[in-house]
Design a protein around this ligand. Structure first.
Ligand code: SAH
Length: 362
């Protein structure tokens, strides 16, 4: 494994491209350049995503010389499991090591409708939300699409043992997906493709802290993917305190972008609203929030805050969470409270990494 050095930290690992980073179109192009027939693309995709082999040598219906070419051009493994913790409720948290030694988290959650995987898009994060463990230590580097795809594959391989399937994916792990837009987009195309992992767009959710130009771009992609925005506050003053990104992208502009998304896609947006004790959780806050978002096609997901030792926020008491929910309902806003999972295993974004890898998160 290559040494982790200062100079490498912000750059990508200097390795052959991961085969998992290639969309079908990119692979098709490459296959063509090699002078091979077009059907090789489907064969490779099938080996990677349906049969889920770990080596090019296992792709037995490909000619030997072509397998050698693949080996010379691409890598096929990228992630090593460092920690795998199972919670009492069945949530499994993985800490994976990347080829350059950095670590990322992935979470598998069991729901009544199937299994979902929460993936990481960056090593660390530069958004700086004051309540979040993922941003401790800042951004180390971007993940390549293949490193995001590999997280789903690793979890799928664990499920293969009991013949079960990842049915949905949420991009809500460490990192800001819209700060790594191109790789995130390639990831979406790969897992959504019917020859890839075939995860339906309606079963994929992406969440952003609110990088406005990328919200417009995402709306224009017109993908049927679920879209969430971390709002966490009903006004600029409070939002800036919780999320410094609000200084660059004010709430008015953010809500305008959401309205554009609503109109362009016809789809609703989920606002994530973490309840931080004594900060943003009063009935007045609920009413103010309702006034700001009433005109939008939206839904609010209330998140009981996860305590992060490095951060100072406290949890809103249960009765207050219900009162906040009621107040929004009375104002005609669709609202749910996020079910908590994996509480006993540091399942909030970045917590496991912060505990296991102190050197990366200081
Ligand atoms: N960067 C993206 C993706 C992260 S998604 C985003 O900001 O949307 C993870 C969600 O959990 C976000 O809504 C984030 O704001 C929230 N979150 C982070 N730390 C939290 C904590 N300690 N308690 C509750 N929610 C938290």
């Amino acid at each position: 494994m290559p040494q982790k050095t200062e100079s490498k930290k912000m750059s990508r690992p200097n390795l052959r491209d991961s085969i998992y980073s290639l969309t079908v179109e990119e692979l098709k192009e490459w296959v063509k350049e090699q002078g091979e027939p077009g059907f090789r693309t489907s064969q490779i995709y099938e080996w990677l995503y349906q049969k889920r082999v770990d080596s090019f040598d296992d792709m037995t219906n490909l000619p030997k010389h072509f397998r050698e070419k693949l080996k010379q051009s691409f890598s096929i493994t990228t992630l090593q499991t460092i920690v795998q913790q199972t919670s009492q409720d069945g949530t499994v948290k993985f800490l994976f090591e990347l080829v350059d030694g950095y670590s990322i988290e992935t979470v598998l959650m069991k729901h009544h409708y199937g299994y979902s995987v929460c993936v990481t898009t960056q090593v660390g994060c530069r958004i700086g939300c004051t309540f979040c463990a993922s941003t401790l230590g800042g951004l180390k580097r971007q993940l390549e699409a293949g490193e995001i795809v590999s997280q789903v594959l690793k979890v799928q391989k664990a499920l293969d043992e009991t013949d079960e399937r990842v049915s949905s994916v949420v991009i809500m792990g460490i990192g800001e997906p819209f700060d790594n837009y191109e790789e995130m987009l390639a990831f979406l195309k790969i897992i959504n493709h019917d020859k890839g992992l075939n995860i339906g767009a309606r079963h994929i959710t992406v969440s952003t802290s609110g990088i406005i130009p990328k919200i417009y771009r995402f709306a224009d992609e017109e993908m049927q993917i679920n879209f969430a925005v971390s709002l966490h506050a009903p006004n600029d003053e409070l939002r800036t305190k919780l999320m410094p990104i609000n200084k660059a992208f004010s709430m008015d502009k953010l809500l305008e972008a959401v309205e554009y998304y609503n109109k362009k896609t016809g789809r609703r947006v989920t606002f994530e609203y973490g309840l931080f004790g004594g900060e943003n959780d009063s009935i007045e806050h609920a009413k103010e929030l309702a006034d700001r978002i009433r005109h939008l096609k939206c839904h609010v997901n209330l998140i009981p805050v996860n305590y992060v030792p490095e951060r100072n926020y406290t949890r809103t008491p249960k009765h207050q969470i219900f009162a906040f929910e009621r107040a929004l309902k009375e104002e005609g806003i669709n609202v749910t409270i996020r079910r908590e999972q994996g509480h006993d295993i540091d399942a909030a974004c970045g917590q496991l990494r912060a505990r296991e890898r102190k050197d990366e998160t200081r």
